[in-house]
Structure formats: C-alpha cells, structure tokens
Design a protein around this ligand. Structure first.
Ligand SMILES: [Mn+2]
Length: 330
C-alpha cells in the first residue's frame, strides 16, 4: 500500500507551522518503536525543533537499545501543553492506554505513523503502510518529503528499527525496499556490525543460563504445530533476569523444523501473563492475538492473558488457535 501524497503534504504543512513536537511510542517499546521515535525526533531537533520523546509508563527501555543516540531523552509519558503537534509511532491502537487518549485530545494534530495492518487510523493524519517492514522504514521514506534530512545518527536509530522488526532482514516483511533503504543508511555511515554487537551480543550470563533452562522444557504440540516455552515469575527471580531481556527468546523456538506457531508465555505478575506469538506465513497469528485482546502483525503478535496460571493460559491459546482454524475453513 502506498501512503497518500495528500497525507504527507499535510504533515509537511503541520511541521512548518510549529516550533515544537511530541513523539510518542507504544508501551513496552521494542526496537522499532524506540528506533522510529528517536530517528524522527533527532531529525526534528536537527532542524531546530524542541522535541519531547515519551512512552507510556512504566517506561523501560531494554538495555540493548541504550547505545542509540538521544536515548537518554526518552521519558515516561506526562501531560502535555495544549495544542502540541503529536507524532504517534508504531502504535496500532491507542485506545487501551487511557493517558494516551487524554493527551491526544489536547493536541493540535495527531500524526499516526505505523505499519500494523490493524491500525485504527486514529490520527488526524495517517501515514500507514502495512507493507513496510518497520515503522522506521516509513519514517526514512517520507523524511525528505516532510522537510527533514536523515543524518548518520537518525539513520542509526531507524536502521535499528528495521533490523529488529524484520528479524535481521529474514522475516516475510523484508522486501526489496527494505534492503534499498538499509543500503542507503550504510552509505550515511551506519555500521551494521556495530548495531549487531549492541543488540545481539549484549546478553547477560544470567539470561544465557535462563534460556538454557527454558528451552530444555520447551514443548512441541505436533497436532496444531505449536512449539511453546514458559518463563515463570520464579524463573525470572531465580536467574535474576528482567522481562525486557527475554524479548528475543522466542526466536530460539522458531528454529524448530516443522512448527507453524511459536509461543512464549512470560509471567509478569500473578494473573498477568504476557504471551508472544510468531507464525509461519500460512498462519495468521495476528487474528488469534486479537481474539484474546491483543494485536499485531500476521506473523508476529501478542496479548496479555489474565489467567491465573500457565496451564490455563495455554488452554486459552490452544482454544483460540482452534477457532482460528475453523474460521479459515469457512
Ligand atoms: Mn514495528
């Protein structure tokens, strides 16, 4: 899908009239939320704008992203001045975050930049491209058209968004344009190996040991092609690992031959289990996540389960996958 030129021109005019802006990313920010927000914010700053970069509380920037330029400016979401220009990055639906909504109401205009197919187009301007591998890709592509210039620092942030959201250029959302943009970023001075070392060679020994335990207990349910692993609150405590550190653990499950769906259940607190889902291209796991109150892409999605224990959460997921299969046959 191509973003309408008229929408891009609206953004150009809105930016021209302002001297400050607020950039908001989604809760539990990942590499793309952080990278696309920072990349845009840096470009605006370089043009002389006063920029605030915020994420909903509790703000926890995973350690692996602390190498990004400008990351110290990320702050927990607070009230804003009336009439601010707001950019919302990589966020399909702000409805679940109450404070988000009250802030959006106070704004002059909301520019919604995203690549989730289920984006609710909540902005006054919507730059949505579900074919983009990352929101950072969209930011890079529109930058010259909205009067911004991609510097080495902003390219580094945007490149990080692309690398993490495309699984290092391997997921099905990786397209020709993704490589083209990445190559232009390298031309601007981004060093792929520097990003790789910071993001993918920065795990703690505690985490490496936790993976060993969790993977040794992984289960493969051949009937529905589901491979899953679970991390309990006790595991986190025993190994001394934070939830944010375990974001990529699901990729280890995905190496299993013959699986169709991978799931990681992480117990955040009693009665709150974060479930991350990935699927092969033939399964729409996003619709399964939406049935359970979450969201995401066709092949990468998630939700929060309110079940009391892992067993019940597993049953809930199995049920939803079953329904999904019936739907697809109808
Ligand atoms: Mn994204």
């Amino acid at each position: 899908m191509v973003i309408e030129q008229a929408e891009i021109e609206k953004v150009f005019r809105l930016i021209k009239k302002c001297s400050s802006a607020v950039v908001l990313g989604h809760e539990n920010p990942d590499g793309d939320a952080i990278g696309s927000s920072l990349g845009l914010a840096l470009m605006l700053e370089e043009k002389g704008y006063h920029v605030t970069i915020s994420f909903p509380e509790p703000l926890r920037i995973p350690k692996r992203y602390l190498f990004l330029p400008g990351v110290v400016k990320c702050q927990a979401l607070k009230e804003i001045n009336d009439g601010e220009l707001i950019f919302v990055m990589d966020c399909a639906n702000p409805d679940r975050i109450e404070v988000f909504q009250s802030i959006l109401e106070k704004s002059k205009a909301v520019i919604n930049i995203d690549h989730h197919p289920d984006n609710t187009r909540f902005g006054s301007v919507n730059l949505i491209d579900p074919d983009a591998g990352a929101t950072a890709e969209i930011v890079y592509s529109i930058a010259p058209e909205i009067g911004l210039e991609v510097s080495r620092d902003s390219a580094l942030c945007l490149y990080t968004g692309i690398v993490t959201d495309t699984g290092r250029f391997q997921f099905s959302n990786t397209r020709e344009t993704t490589f083209k943009i990445a190559s232009e970023m390298v031309h601007l001075g981004v060093e792929p190996n520097y990003v790789y070392e910071n993001i993918y060679q920065s795990d703690s020994l505690e985490y490496v040991r936790l993976i060993g335990k969790v993977l040794s207990e992984a289960v493969f349910d051949r009937e529905i092609g589901l491979v899953y692993a679970m991390i309990t609150r006790r595991d986190f405590d025993e190994f001394g690992v934070n939830v944010e550190e375990t974001e990529d653990l699901i990729d280890a499950l995905r190496t299993l031959k013959g699986h169709r769906i991978a799931a990681v259940f992480r117990e955040i607190e009693a009665g709150k289990i974060r479930v991350s889902l990935r699927s092969r291209n033939d399964v729409d796991i996003g619709s399964v996540a939406r049935k359970l109150g979450g969201g995401g892409h066709r092949v990468a999605a998630g939700y929060i389960s309110r079940k009391k224990n892992m067993e019940d959460a597993l049953k809930e997921l199995r049920g939803a996958i079953g329904f999904g299969r019936r739907d697809s046959r109808d």
